[in-house]
Design a binder for this molecule. Sequence first.
Ligand SMILES: Cc1cc2nc3c(=O)[nH]c(=O)nc-3n(C[C@H](O)[C@H](O)[C@H](O)COP(=O)(O)O)c2cc1C
Length: 311
Amino acid sequence: MLKIGALCLAQPTVLAPMAGLTDRVLRLLMDEMGGCGLMVSEMIAAEGLRRRNRRTLEMIVGLQTRTPQFIQLFGAAPEPLAEAAAIVSAETAFAGIDLNMGCPVPKVVRSGAGASLLQDLPRLAAVVAAVRRSTNLPLTVKVRLGFSQVNVMETTRIIEAQGADAVAVHFRLKSEGYTGSAHWDLAAAVKENLRIPLLGNGDIMTVALAREKLQIVDGVLIGRGALANPYLFREIAGQATEEEDLGVYVRRLGDLIVEHYPERKRLGKLKAFTRFLLLSRPGARSWKRRIFLSQDFMEARAFLEETFPCR
Ligand SMILES: Cc1cc2nc3c(=O)[nH]c(=O)nc-3n(C[C@H](O)[C@H](O)[C@H](O)COP(=O)(O)O)c2cc1C
């Protein structure tokens, strides 16, 4: 059983943090479908939380789920991150905290946050140490292999030494963005180097791949694969899925979008959530025209429901 600090996960599988995607709607859906061990929120600005920015607070409203949820914080300096972590511990129901040290988005990197920390090991160490002091919640850190050169052996050792409970590695460099294949060949060496659990991440799209990687690492983080096949976690946990379960999924998705978002945001959300689902299936080109170019939420939703019928 995978244990992160005092938290025991029912499954060694984690919904990876994805900005704009692992919001309330997707976390509620994944929880309802079952099979996922842990879910990580979208990345949340430590500064926004510290200043109690209204939009930041809206992003972290509490959700009742059976599956534990971590919040992912991003920031550049120890103090705001530690202060944000203290607020999360005292005022929210999140079961743990993940620190973002992998985001390659230029605006984030320029601000000194995300993958920028991989280039400044003293600051990386100070961030983990400060957050560790400010919270007793389970603490994980998500890194990449390095910024433009591999330094994952050093970063993960520092993260462990500063008291994190687990480390997640996306097996790409920052400079690789999301291109090429994740370098899973390095996973065994990183695992060997650590005493805390290692969560591996990158390109896991199938049950077989997840099971193969779980032979090497303690847990797997899955992002795009969980959107392409919303039942992937359940299938990894050993439950079968019928093609028409997707009909149930798209209907529930539509309902939750209506429940959680105002009209002007609904179409964009529907497109974002269904992009990987549709692109991973034959017929993607015609769907692209009908959904991605649609101007109307109701129309796009109706088309999706027609495409994925339900008994
Ligand atoms: C649209 C999108 C948004 C993402 N946002 C975040 C984020 O907020 N924080 C983070 O640590 N990683 C983020 N990631 C990276 C994922 O967590 C993950 O590391 C990456 O997608 C590789 O895993 P996968 O192949 O299973 O998708 C994002 C990825 C995508 C595709």
